[in-house]
Each structure stands twice: as C-alpha cells, then as structure tokens.
Design a protein around this ligand. Structure first.
Ligand code: ACO
Length: 377
C-alpha cells in the first residue's frame, strides 16, 4: 500500500474541536462561538478562560467566584521562588525559567487534586512566575500578587509595582483574549499529544511551553520588534528588508501555515495598539511599524511570489506589548500567559474523548547491519 507522508503534518486534520475555528482563506478566527473581533475587546481574560473551559460565559456570581479562586492561587511555592532566584543568577531566558518553574507547580498540590484545581493553579501562577523571574533577573525583589486586582492588571502590577491605568489593562486583556486559543497550533497539539497518554495536566503544559518558545512559533515577536528598531526610519525599510531577503533570511512577524490572508489577530492587535499609542500621545513607533509592514508585504510578494505571505499575530503583538512597557524578552512569556488557557481547554477536550495520539513513520534507514561486523570497523 502506498504511504503518503505530509511533512509538518500540513493539511492533516487530527481532531474536531469546539474551542476555536481558524479559517486561513477568509482570515477568520472564532473562539468558542465568538468572532475574535468581539471577544477580544469585550471580555475580561477571566471570562475568556471560563468560556473556553465551560463552553459558556459565566453568570456574574460564577465570574466573581472564578476570579477569587484564581486570585487565591497566585502565590508561588517557596521552592519555585528559590528556583527562579537561582535561574536569575545565571540570567537564563525568561521562557526557560517559565518552563522550569511551571514543572514545580504541582509540588504543593495535594495528591489527587482534581483537574479543575490543577488547571486554575497553572493559569493563576503563570503571571506570578514571569513577573517574579523578570524582577529577580533585574536584581529586584518580586512583588506579591494583589488579590484585589484582576488577572491582567495584577500581572502588570507585579512587573512594575505600579497600578496600571484602565487603557493599559484593556490593552493587555485584548491581547490575552486574542492569543488564548488558535486551533491545532504547535504548542496546543503538543499538549494534546502529551495528555493523550493520560498523564497529568502539568506535564502537558510544561511540554507546551517548550514548544511555544521556538522562534518559528511564539518566539517571533521579539525579533520582529528588533527589526523595526534596527530599521529606525521609514526611508530605510526598503534597503534593510531587501538585504535580508537577498540573504535568504525570514522576516519575523510574516507568514503563517494556515493564514493566506492577513491574520485576523494582527488586525485586532493593530487596532488595540493604535488606540494605546494614540492615548500615549506618541505615534512615532506605530507609524514606523506600519511603514515597515507595507514595504515587507510588497517585498515578500516580489521575492516569494504566490506564497501569500502576510502579516501574522507576532508583528503587532510586539508593538502592543512594547507600548505596555514590556521589554522584548517578556513578549513570548506573555503569550504563554494567554495561551495556557487554551492549552488547558484542549487538554480537557482531549480527555473527554481520549484516544492516544500515535501516528506512524516510514523507515528509510539501513537494513541488514550485522553486530559481528561492528568490531572490525
Ligand atoms: N520571510 C521570508 N520568507 C518566508 C517567510 C518569512 N517570514 N515565511 C515563509 N517564507 C518562505 C519560505 O522561505 C519558503 O520559501 P521557498 O518555498 O522559496 O523555500 C516559503 O515561504 C514557504 O515557507 P514554509 O517554511 O514552507 O512555510 P510554513 O508554513 O512551514 O511556515 C512559518 C510558516 C514557520 C510561520 C513561516 O512563515 C516563518 O518562518 N515565519 C517567520 C517566523 C514567524 O513570524 N513566526 C510566528 C508565526 S505565528 C505563531 O506561531 C504564533
């Protein structure tokens, strides 16, 4: 029987899901029934998490209880803080610290904690890990979480020790909602593969963090913003980008396996970024990024005709998070703080109708080697 191999599993449909629908040709993203454009701007991040996990929005009392349950779980076990302190002394990247620290989160959970409790603990503590590590790596002490603040506001507070304003909180909530789920992306698939073995949630989430940190997945927004800064002014965009493409390099923040039109998340985040930069009164960086995007799209069509390489979520992620005062090293970890909600929802969905995920491979290695010949080589 002839076997067809699909490198990168391109075009392979591995499951059905109620969580999100990605239409790469129409440029449409639906998250648990809502068009991204609506959900991103209206929901608090707690509402989005609840929606993904329960397939409906919470009532007001349910939302209040859910907020409290998350807020009460934010503080880290001492051993996690000790680990972050040791990691900070070696200045390891934030995503590596998040991966290591996430693995410790089951330490203070009673054996047999139900999956919902484990899930809330993971979501609640991701921002605490990132903010604590960030501060430790700057030789600053971590800020204790404030249970009176919502998930997004508390993250900004733990990073800076300052109360964020309403526009900043709305900007971050829109971002976290936007990246909360996205079909069978690599890290989500990794989480589902791991949980399909009937292992624990923490193991699946740690694997997903490892997948997200790669530059072809969640690691692109830092380099995307570096590129805009290196270009510096709109009149340098063409020569800079042309030189990059001539060297065969990829333009970070462009191209996507599924989207062949502009990533709808880029549209939502561009609007959120525009609003935030507008309110700050300084549109210079936003205008420069738009010029860079325009030239990049023209040159990608010239160098890669027919590949339909468009702006992806990472380009405007960079701009939005930078506008929130975050350094580039925080971009991918902040992505993880949003996506962990979707990873967990996918794990729950996988568990509901589990079948171990186990594809096959075609062997193309040597055959007929004999052990006795080994010693005489
Ligand atoms: N810049 C320049 N050329 C590109 C880019 C890019 N950003 N993206 C793809 N191409 C080219 C490739 O070189 C290839 O050209 P070729 O056919 O002449 O060899 C062609 O387009 C197809 O590329 P593939 O790698 O086969 O496409 P794939 O679907 O596997 O890759 C990916 C998608 C990894 C996102 C790719 O577009 C890329 O590397 N982009 C830059 C990194 C980035 O922005 N990643 C974030 C993605 S969003 C997310 O994961 C959250």
């Amino acid at each position: 029987m002839e076997t067809t191999i699909r490198p990168g599993l391109e075009g392979v449909v591995a499951a059905s899901t109620r969580l999100s629908h990605v239409d790469g040709l129409a440029g449409e993203l639906i998250i648990a029934g809502f068009a991204l454009e609506e959900l991103a701007q209206k929901a608090s991040f707690e509402e989005t998490i609840y929606l993904l996990w329960h397939d409906r929005l919470p009532t007001l009392p349910e939302l209040e209880r859910f907020r409290q349950e998350l807020a009460l779980r934010r503080a880290l076990p001492q051993v996690t803080v000790d680990l972050l302190r040791a990691a900070a002394s070696q200045q390891i990247p934030v995503m590596d610290a998040l991966r290591m620290a996430a693995a410790t989160l089951s330490l203070d959970s009673p054996v047999g904690d139900d999956a919902q409790t484990e899930a809330k603990t993971l979501v609640a503590r991701f921002p605490t890990i990132v903010a604590a590590y960030w501060r430790l790596s700057q030789a600053l002490e971590p800020i204790q979480p404030d249970p009176a603040l919502g998930h997004a506001a508390n993250y900004l507070y733990m990073l800076t020790s300052e109360q964020p304003n309403a526009a900043q909180v709305r900007g971050l909530e829109s971002y976290l909602n936007t990246v909360s789920d996205h079909g069978f992306n690599v890290s989500t698939f990794a989480a589902r593969v791991i949980i399909s073995t009937s292992t624990d949630l923490t193991s699946a989430i740690v694997g997903a963090v490892g997948a997200l940190k790669g530059p072809l997945h969640g690691g692109a927004p830092g380099p995307a913003l570096d590129m805009v800064f290196e270009i510096g002014s709109a009149d340098r965009a063409e020569s800079y980008l042309r030189a990059k493409l001539e060297r065969g390099e990829r333009l970070m923040g462009f191209g996507h396996r599924i989207y062949k039109v502009r990533d709808p998340r880029a549209v939502v985040l561009a609007a959120a970024a525009a609003q935030m930069y507008h309110e700050s009164g300084d549109l210079a960086l936003y205008d420069l990024a738009q010029s860079v995007e325009e030239v990049a799209l023209r040159l990608l069509e010239e160098y890669k005709p027919g590949r339909k390489l468009q702006t992806n979520v990472e380009f405007y992620t960079a701009l939005l998070l930078h506008g929130l005062g975050m350094e580039t090293d925080l971009f991918t970890p902040t992505f993880a703080i949003g996506r962990v909600a979707g990873w967990i929802a996918h794990c729950f969905e996988q568990q509901e109708a589990n079948r171990i995920i186990r594809p096959q491979s075609v062997y193309h290695g040597a055959k007929g080697r004999r052990w006795e010949e080994y010693g005489s080589v």
